[in-house]
Structures are given as C-alpha cells and as structure tokens.
Design a binder for this molecule. Structure first.
Ligand SMILES: Cc1ncc(COP(=O)(O)O)c(C=O)c1O
Length: 343
C-alpha cells in the first residue's frame, strides 16, 4: 500500500495509449501540436489567458517567482509553504529572493492580516516585498482548502500593496472537487497559478503554469533558462490532456478513501488526529504518547507494507487512484497494531 504521496500514481492505460499515438513536434520552436493543445485546454480549464507546460510543479513555481520578482526582493507565504520550504531553497538560490514565512490559521488558511505582518516597510533598509504565494490545497496543513472568498481577500490586499499573487495550486483540483466549484473559480483572484498533472491526476510528468499572455511569454523565457524547454514533449502532454479531461472528477473517490482512513484511525486511542483537517486526500496523524519519533513509526509502517512519510512530528498518508478502496481497512488495521506496539 503506497500511501507516501499521490505523486506515485502511474499513467492509466488510456494515458499510455494517448502517449503512444501523440502527434509531436519541437515544442521549443512552438511546433508540437499536442503541447499546444494541452496549453490551450489548460488555459481554458483554469480560466487564464495563457498557459505553459512545465516539467514539474517546482519549475512552474520558480518561473512564476522569477517573473514576479527581482533579485533582492522578498516574498511572503504561509508557514512551511512548499515552494519556499521543499523546493531546494530555489527562491533564494535561483531568484535571489528572501522568504518571509507568516502563520496560517489552524485549518491552513493564509489570512490577509498575516500576510500584512510579513510585508516589509518601504524604506532603504529592507528588501522590497513583491510577491505573495498561496498554497491551495495546503499540503503541510493537511491538504486543506482555501475558498474563493478567502483568495479574493488576499488578492485585494495584494492589489492595494502592489504585490503579485501566485497560487501554488499543485492540488487545486482536489480543492475544487471538495468545494464543488470549478478550479478556475479558485484561481480567478490570483495573478498566476501553477497546478500539477502528475499528482492525483495520474499523468507521469508535468505541471501547468497559467496567467496573462504577457506573463506566460516571460515565463516561457524563464523555463528555457532553467533548462525546461522540452522538444517532442507531446508524448507527455498527451497524458496531461487525459489527466485534465478524464481524471478530475474522480478525485472525489480519493477524498472518500481519506475520510474512511481518518474515521478508522480516529478510533485508535494510541493515535492523535484532527478530523477537521482531513478535507481532501491527505491524512496526518501522530502517536499520542510521543514515545517514538514519527520517522520510527514511518519506518515500522513501511516494514509492514504501509508506505508513508514522516512530516515533522506527524505521519502523512495520501490516498490516490492506485490505492484500491479495499486496502483502506487493511491499512487501518496495520497502523492500529503498529501504534499499539510503539505506544
Ligand atoms: C503544494 C506543492 N507544490 C508544489 C509541488 C512541487 O511539484 P513537483 O514535485 O512536480 O516539483 C508539490 C509536490 O509535492 C506540492 O505538494
């Protein structure tokens, strides 16, 4: 049972067929018809003027940071935001941008007043704050959702302070499905948005960066600079098209699996788990006794065939397409036994 991440999903048979049959060309020259179709489809899907196919979410976020900032600037984001904490220090290392982390609400929402507290004063001593990054769903908070209204509130602040609002929507489709709204609705207030095809949507490779035509034209230059200009990338884009058109609605099944998992684990007295944070496809829990480190428990679970990651002092489980629903009771039972042994 591989519950480490939704990134472990493999391409579906339909994707493999589409990949084998994809029409291709040199995408750096703009000649790949399948990439062009994916970018047009993705732009419409996410409600932006233009879109760019990038090899990874990390590169999509970095292209956005490079377009929205200049070296020496600062960006503001929530505690443990992926693009600042889990992408190799790229904002500092590549874009020359310092990161100002601000708190999130307990349910993983970035509020304007928190962002406000992270914005540097406008004088010669400080870096210029030029960018805010919002993550929806928020991974480390638990796969939690931010609403359109909450995003609007951030966008209002950004407009009034002349800050770029970038949405790391790696799992925006999970958020949209959970909230019963189109992904474009959640992305509308943001200046740019990145979302991943290679996570719950099962494509083998790739993410989308979207925004205005002028923004994407600049982002395309940054992608090339970073080595992300791909040639016959239509082979990958073909799977991305299947991801976008066939795999979004079924994310509800992944959420249902996570809910069942959380319901089962919440009944284990040895475990600590906040049910309110289980909103999409992630379940975080900890050993109540804290006698064993999260890494110890993750290793013990993996040895029992329940692959998972430790995240700080908790364990993270992620449900996805390749976890059959019948495995959920089995996972609960193995985790319960393991927790009792370690408690
Ligand atoms: C919230 C979030 N943003 C960005 C990324 C980066 O995506 P990639 O692994 O494709 O670089 C991830 C990856 O897990 C993520 O969880």
């Amino acid at each position: 049972m591989d519950l480490r991440s939704d990134t472990v999903t493999r391409p579906t048979p339909e994707m493999r067929r589409a990949m084998a049959e994809a029409e291709v060309g040199d995408d750096v020259a703009g000649d790949d018809p399948t990439v062009n179709r994916l970018e047009a489809t993705a732009a419409e899907f996410i409600g932006k003027e233009a879109a760019l196919f990038v090899p990874s979410g990390t590169m999509g976020n970095l292209c956005a940071i490079l377009v929205a900032t200049r070296p020496g600037d600062a960006l503001v984001c929530g505690h443990l935001t992926h693009s600042a904490e889990y992408e190799g220090g790229a904002p500092a290392a590549v874009a020359g941008v310092s990161v100002r982390f601000v708190p999130l609400t307990p349910d993983g929402v970035l509020l304007p007043e928190h962002v406000q507290s992270g914005i540097t004063p406008d004088n010669v001593h400080h870096p210029r704050t030029t960018l805010v990054i919002l993550e929806n769903t928020n991974n480390r908070a638990g796969g939690t959702c931010t609403t359109r209204a909450q995003t609007e509130a951030l966008a209002d602040l950004c407009r009034s302070r002349r800050l770029w609002l970038h949405l790391d929507g790696a799992r925006i489709c999970n958020s949209a499905v959970r909230q019963g709204v189109p992904p474009a609705e959640l992305a509308a207030p943001a200046d740019s948005v990145m979302f991943c095809l290679s996570k719950g949507l099962c494509a083998p490779v790739g993410s989308i960066l979207a925004g205005s035509a002028a923004f994407i034209s600049e982002a395309r230059r940054k992608r090339k600079m970073l080595g992300g200009g791909m040639r016959q990338a239509g082979v990958l884009a073909a799977a991305g098209l299947v991801a976008l058109t066939r795999m979004v609605d079924r994310l509800a099944e992944d959420h249902e699996k996570a809910t069942r998992l959380a319901d089962g684990l919440a009944e284990c007295p040895a475990l600590e788990l906040n049910r309110a944070l289980v909103q999409t496809n992630m379940v975080y829990f900890a050993l109540r006794s804290k006698r064993a480190a999260a890494e110890t428990m993750a290793a013990a679970l993996s040895a029992r065939g329940v692959l998972c990651y430790a995240a700080g002092d908790r364990i993270r489980l992620v449900t996805h397409h390749d976890v059959p629903v019948e495995h959920i009771p089995l996972a609960i039972e193995r985790i319960r036994r393991c927790a009792e042994e370690l408690a």
